[in-house]
Design a protein around this ligand. Structure first.
Ligand code: FAD
Length: 440
């Protein structure tokens, strides 16, 4: 099935060039903060003073910021392989993230980029009938009393997304904040080689390759205290370290699209509520979730396609089809003039894209005493509304904080083992929580 675009091609291409330009945030790599020889000497003489973070997506950036705030390392080296943040998918966040972002003093910097929802709807299609199981909440997470109830514990309850942000904005604001700090060296590169002497050491060593003003240079990390792998679900370093991972559910790849449809002529902007809407088949089989962004008069959405559909549909086909589903659900609540069919919806976000998500989880979340997996590298689940980023901006940062505090408090082998196994157990709980919601 293929829908006809109502945009003339030339306008789509022009719009794409314009929007891509506007959305492409350059990564503010710092380059070396000191001569390479001096940094290499510090890494060798004081391996406990340096933390290495591999991957500069949401998890790597949040982790660098969390470590910087803790002030337990002299140098934090953050490594990324992208030159630009271009992923414009808007991600929804659950309210539990808000206290952590405030604690880490990121809330103000991000504030102007957040879309706060006034309302929330979850349409769930159960086998027999269809009903709304969640409707309305005190939308702005700033106004929630976190001292009441268990909102801070993500694992305790369902919780609904309350706000959203374009992921490229999130990444670029974090990257700017982190780069401004002298303690952080932010390099463009990746791991070239694992140098660990198998069986002879309790810590991993590796060689990093990075760009130094156009020249490719290397830096060896021999037995550093902390290496965080935050390279996402397809992490190469995880594989190079021999850490096993397996697909969840077995062999399933999900196909999603991300982008926005215009609500011009469909919904009157002045009467529009900013709302987050989820459409789900059965309790947790989300098929589409969207944000009605009243500032842009559009519906930003992430929508799912079947294996078959993904072979022939463009991102635009997928967006129109899923947006139509959401609009149909909402038409009784919002005063809308719905088009007759998805084909008449205009895809307004021309950086719309298709994503294949290969769900997997690692079998262990640490390796020896100094390598730890975090974020999607530990286990990446489905883009079900508001989980990946919500976990990274709440429970993952707490787990990291406890790990680093624990490792810096003690060097007694039994205590170190306990700190590591506590981290492993907590990350397992987080990953299982995400995957459990997939299996049901
Ligand atoms: C369509 C879609 C919609 C989503 N919607 C939501 C949502 O609404 N809410 C939500 O909370 N979550 C959502 N998610 C999930 C969320 O995007 C992820 O959980 C999150 O991006 C994971 O962050 P990460 O940093 O762990 O991994 P990634 O985002 O994958 O980042 C990893 C980073 O590491 C870099 N990297 C990889 N390999 C290397 C290497 N060898 N060397 C150096 N760098 C490397 C990559 O370039 C990247 O910058 C969605 C995901 C998708 C695909």
């Amino acid at each position: 099935m293929r829908f006809q675009s109502s945009f003339p091609l030339v306008w789509s291409l022009l719009a794409m060039a314009f929007v891509s330009e506007a959305y492409a945030h350059r990564v503010p790599f710092t380059g070396l903060r000191m001569p390479l020889e001096q940094l290499q000497a510090q890494v060798e003489k004081e391996p406990d003073s340096v933390a290495l973070i591999l991957g500069s997506g949401p998890t790597g950036l949040m982790s660098a910021h969390q470590l910087r705030k803790m002030n337990l390392f002299k140098t934090i080296i953050l490594v990324g392989d992208r030159s630009e943040y271009t992923r414009t998918n808007t991600v929804t966040l659950r309210p539990e993230s808000f206290p952590k972002l405030a604690e880490l003093e990121l809330d103000k910097a991000l504030d102007s980029k957040f879309y706060f929802a006034d309302d929330f709807h979850f349409f769930i299609h159960l086998p027999k009938d269809r009903k709304v199981i969640a409707e309305s909440f005190p939308g702005n997470p700033k106004h929630i009393d976190y001292s009441q109830g268990n909102l801070l514990k993500v694992l305790d309850g369902p919780g609904w997304p309350h706000y959203a942000i374009k992921i490229a904005d999130f990444e670029s604001i974090l990257a700017e904040t982190i780069s401004a700090n002298k303690m952080v060296t932010f390099l463009k590169g990746s791991v070239q080689k694992i140098l660990t002497e198998t069986g002879k050491t309790k810590r991993h060593s590796l060689r990093l390759q990075f760009d130094d003003n156009g020249k490719q240079r290397t830096l060896d990390f021999i037995n550093p205290k902390l290496i965080l792998i935050a390279e996402g679900g397809g992490s190469k370093t995880r594989e190079m370290m021999g850490i096993d991972y397996r697909p969840i559910p077995e062999n399933e790849t999900q196909h999603w699209c991300s982008g926005a449809v215009s609500l011009d002529g469909i919904l009157d902007q002045s009467s529009m509520n900013s709302r987050i809407t989820i459409v789900s088949h059965e309790l947790t089989k989300t098929v589409a979730f969207g944000v009605f962004r009243n500032s842009e008069n559009d519906l930003f959405l992430n929508g799912k396609m079947s294996e078959e559909e993904s072979k022939t549909w463009t991102a635009e086909d997928c967006l129109r089809f899923n947006a139509f589903k959401i609009l149909n659900e909402e038409s009784g609540f919002m005063k809308m003039t719905l088009p007759e069919s998805p084909a008449f919806l205009n895809v307004s976000d021309s950086v719309a894209g298709k994503f294949d998500v290969a769900l997997n989880k690692a079998s262990s979340f640490h390796s020896l005493e100094n390598v730890f997996l975090i974020g999607d590298s530990a286990g990446n689940g489905s883009p079900i509304g508001g989980l990946g980023i919500s976990l990274i901006t709440s429970v993952y940062m707490d787990a990291l904080k406890s790990l680093v505090e624990g490792l810096s408090r003690t060097s007694a082998p039994a205590d170190v083992d306990k700190v590591i196994s506590d981290y492993d157990a907590r990350v397992r709980q987080i990953v299982e929580f995400w995957h459990f919601s997939l299996k049901k």
